[in-house]
Design a protein around this ligand. Structure first.
Ligand code: ADP
Ligand code: MG
Length: 260
């Protein structure tokens, strides 16, 4: 028997079809993948290869049509506070301050006021927004809004963080800073992270393992280990070891038939 103790997320022959005018469309076919507790995986692949479908299944926002998805050995059955989701469009409440936004999920968990404040301020500090705790979202840059969304997701203490192209809308420099900040937060308070991105450099820089998917039908193409030490930094980004892995991932993504 396999040891499932430290498997956090398990995809077991997961398939997802959508009914369309032209019949059934296979968005995800026979996905088998274990994500380990505390692991940071990134998912890359051409548009339409089922990345968001796979993540939404873990999030409990979408059902499987075959196989099953397990979190902590239990089949996923709807969304839950154990899984925090962050999308590309930071969904902050515009009428609430940064602190109130971060406290929001804690209110739902019935945590008392003083404790809410303590937890919120901890995560606001962790993402570097302490000076903006009382600001409204409209006062913040795109990167700051996304950091607030990350603090809000972290505050409810999810064991699993699911991020669907969270930095996709940011400029290159902000994006690089956000990557470092995310890794910093992850190394301080280890969670299991599943992070979808279009950016091969980003995928390699963040991950323990890069999951490369292929399209039509959406499926697993290759799993590439990123055997580079943390903490990671700019020097590493420019190193030959990094380039070697990046080239491997690049090849796995762009040598797919749909790109030739
Ligand atoms: P990715 O995130 O990798 O770009 P998605 O998981 O969003 O891909 O989508 C995978 C495929 O499934 C795409 O071809 C998409 O058009 C299709 N798809 C996704 N959601 C639906 C839906 N609700 N109905 C029909 N087709 C869908
Ligand atoms: Mg997507």
């Amino acid at each position: 028997m396999s040891n499932t103790q430290d498997v956090k997320i398990r995809f077991e022959n997961v398939g997802r079809e959508f009914g369309t005018d032209k019949g059934n469309f296979t968005a995800l076919q026979n996905l088998n993948l274990d994500v380990y507790d505390g692991e940071f995986i990134t998912v890359v692949g051409p548009s339409g290869c089922g990345k968001s479908t796979a993540m939404n299944i873990v999030a409990g926002l979408l059902d499987v049509t075959s196989g099953q998805c397990l979190v902590d050995g239990e089949p996923v059955n709807g969304p839950g506070p154990d899984r925090g989701v962050i999308f590309q469009q930071y969904a902050l409440f515009p009428w609430l301050t940064v602190r109130e936004n971060v406290e929001f999920g804690l209110k739902l968990k019935d945590i008392d006021k003083a404790e809410r404040r303590r937890i919120a301020d901890h995560y606001i500090g962790l993402v570097g927004l302490s000076d903006f705790a009382d600001a409204l979202p409209k006062m913040l840059s795109g990167g700051m809004k996304q950091r607030c969304a990350i603090a809000r997701a972290y505050a409810v203490n999810p064991k699993v963080l699911l991020m669907d192209e969270p930095f996709g809308a940011l400029d290159a420099l902000t994006r690089v800073r956000m990557q470092d900040q995310l890794l910093d937060t992850w190394s301080k308070e280890r969670r299991t992270v599943m992070f979808i991105t279009h950016d091969v450099d980003e995928a390699v820089y963040l991950a323990n393992r890069v999951i490369v998917m292929a399209a039509r039908p959406g499926r697993l193409q290759e799993v590439i280990n990123v055997d580079l030490p943390y903490p990671r930094n700019d020097e590493l980004r420019l190193s030959p070891e990094f380039a070697e892995i990046r080239n491997k991932v690049w090849h796995a993504v762009y040598s797919q038939p749909s790109h030739s």
